[in-house]
Write a protein that binds this ligand. Structure first.
Ligand SMILES: NC(=O)c1ccc[n+]([C@@H]2O[C@H](COP(=O)([O-])OP(=O)(O)OC[C@H]3O[C@@H](n4cnc5c(N)ncnc54)[C@H](O)[C@@H]3O)[C@@H](O)[C@H]2O)c1
Length: 315
């Protein structure tokens, strides 16, 4: 595939995305941009020197002009969350960085599809939507892709069944006000409560699912990993690389990404994650999945929490 992907920010997340893309056939050109020139040049050397056993791929440490004609731009620049720090506390610092880089990258790559990964990702997606001047379909926040992956991982372990058989999602903020619309969670087409009832017939005995505990596992995983090893980057990379594959493939896929709301579920002027159809034209629409009244209330509460943050930041 002859696609060009630019990654802004060559830290733990950006470099791991570049390394992972260098081992796949998604992109033929990678550009890494970072204010830390030594770091980005070192990352590029290290990644490039492992590419001799694949079809040729160009990987450079570049500047904004080198992002010209990119199909995808991935924004990972910013400061990571420190142990004990909430995503929201990072907001103004990372918004300021985004305000610096947006005019430069948009000038160089006005037609690219943009994946926003920097945290707090929903706020960053909102700010980028407001200041970039790009059509909204080109702007995709990685949102709860990671949270939904964590949920599938947790449910797979609980029910002792492969993650590929689990279709379950995390909606709302990538953060403390996210929630799981259990009404839509399925294991091979069976809702999770019914699946639990069936388990003795399958010769398996598991504890009843504690849904609150599962949400806590999803929400606290990031903090736990940061406390243990300083940063999270492998799982988010898998999600972002999969998203790149969706954006460059011939047909659309459905996933949980953050994008601007326009009255869906009674919510507007905020970015958060619901199910969206994504493909070569970016966000091609939101899937109007039926939620219960309680779930709609949780989505609105998440939107309100994000709006309260937006109200406090200097755009
Ligand atoms: N959305 C998600 O699911 C998710 C998951 C993990 C991490 N993150 C977020 O991704 C971001 C990056 O995390 P990380 O662990 O890679 O951090 P990191 O500190 O390792 O890397 C950030 C990089 O951004 C660079 N940078 C800072 N200002 C810049 C600028 N103006 N222009 C270009 N580059 C600049 C830094 O030099 C650094 O190399 C953080 O905001 C983190 O919270 C998001």
């Amino acid at each position: 595939m002859s696609s060009k992907v630019t990654i802004i920010g060559a830290g733990s997340v950006g470099a791991t995305i570049a390394y992972t893309l260098s081992g796949q056939d998604i992109a033929s050109e990678l550009v890494l941009i970072d204010i830390n020139k030594e770091k980005v040049e070192g990352e590029v050397m290290d990644i490039e020197q492992g590419t001799c056993f694949r079809d040729p791929i160009s990987i450079i440490a570049g500047d904004y002009a080198d992002a010209k004609d990119s199909d995808i731009v991935i924004i990972t620049s910013g400061m990571p969350r420190k142990p004990g720090q909430t995503r929201i506390e990072l907001t103004q610092t990372n918004v300021n960085i985004l305000k610096e880089i947006t005019p430069e990258i948009v000038k160089a790559a006005p037609n690219a599809l943009y994946i926003i990964v920097s945290n707090p990702v929903d706020i960053m997606t909102y700010v980028f939507t407001k200041i970039s001047g790009l059509p909204e379909n080109q702007i995709i926040g990685s949102g709860t892709i990671l949270d939904s992956a964590r949920l599938r991982c947790g449910l797979s372990e609980h029910f002792q069944v492969a993650q590929r058989n689990i279709h379950a999602y995390v909606f709302g903020e990538h953060g403390d006000t996210s929630f799981i619309p259990w009404s839509a969670a399925r294991i091979a087409g069976v809702n999770v409560d019914d699946y639990y009832e069936m388990m003795p017939l399958l010769g398996k005995e598991v504890e009843p699912l504690d849904k609150e505990e599962m949400l806590t596992y999803v929400q606290k995983s990031g903090g736990q990993i940061i406390a243990n090893k300083g940063a999270t980057f492998y799982a988010v990379t898998r999600g972002v690389v999969r998203l790149c594959g969706f954006l460059l493939s011939a047909s659309e896929s459905i996933t949980t990404v953050s994008s601007m709301m326009h009255g869906e579920y009674g919510i507007e002027d905020v970015c958060l994650s619901t199910l969206a159809l994504v493909g070569p034209k970016g966000i091609q629409g939101k899937v109007p999945m039926k939620l219960t009244e309680e779930e709609i209330g949780k989505l609105k509460a998440s939107a309100d929490a994000l709006k309260a943050v937006i109200a406090q930041i200097d755009l």
